[in-house]
Design a protein around this ligand. Sequence first.
Ligand SMILES: [Mg+2]
Length: 319
Amino acid sequence: MDEFELISRYFSNCGAKRHDTGIGVGDDAAVLQVRDGCDLVITTDTMVAGTHFFPDADPRALGHKLVAVNVSDIAAMGAEPAWLSLAITLPSIDEAWLSAFAAGLHETAEYYNCQLVGGDTTRGPMSLTMVAKGIVPRGKAITRSGAKVGDYIYVTGTLGDAALGLKLCQGLHEVSKKHQTHILQRFHFPSARVALGQALRNIASSAMDLSDGLYSDIQHILKRSGVGASIDVSRLPLSQAVKDSCDNATAMQLALSGGEDYELLFTVPEAKRGSLDVLLSPYGIAITCIGRITGVAGKLELKQAEQPFNYVHSGFIHF
Ligand SMILES: [Mg+2]
């Protein structure tokens, strides 16, 4: 099978069929019909075998995760994901692997209403790179730089689940049978908070997605916004699986430093707080206030029940 057969067999009809795709896979380049009055939002994510995933990882899960992590960045900007392109490097053509990977890619892209519109295939050590493009009404993208002193800090969902899933896969932590499915699902098949991200457009002053863990990710908002933050660790939302599987210190470690949850971290001004619960309730995803933005630029203060919380940060290491 040559490169062209491979593309037509596995990647030519991948994801949703969007009416605003002028030309998709098959020409020298894709042509995309960006709506009037909209900005184009673009992000890139690479996953390398041995660095970001185990070389023997389930290819369907890899296809899912590659789409989900890219779409999550689009969601964090408050944009609607629309188009994907894929650069894939493979050591050899393994049809069983390719067909499962393409299935994961297709079902996840379709779920988020994204269409694969192009890419490139080469031979070499396994590496997967995706570019996602989204659209947002002009000037409405939510950035990392808008947080103001006094804003409330929120996260969606629960924190630390994916990191616990990784530890479970590595045989480093035990999780009871009844929680294993949930924890492994969170690690292998993360969700991007797409609808919620768009709902935050007129509410959040800043937003980002959590890929490397709360403790290190929030520093990006502090830096870009020129502010500090105070977080009450007793408010960090934990799943029943994390609560049942970990002592308090481990749970805090997972919630603060565990990566790959792909939840949204965002800030909301006092005046917009009232509309938050009402507007977000239809999305069925819990949101939790975990602290406030402070005026001490770059300083992240952790508290537990009004006492300083001593925490030694160990950065998230991808796989
Ligand atoms: Mg991100």
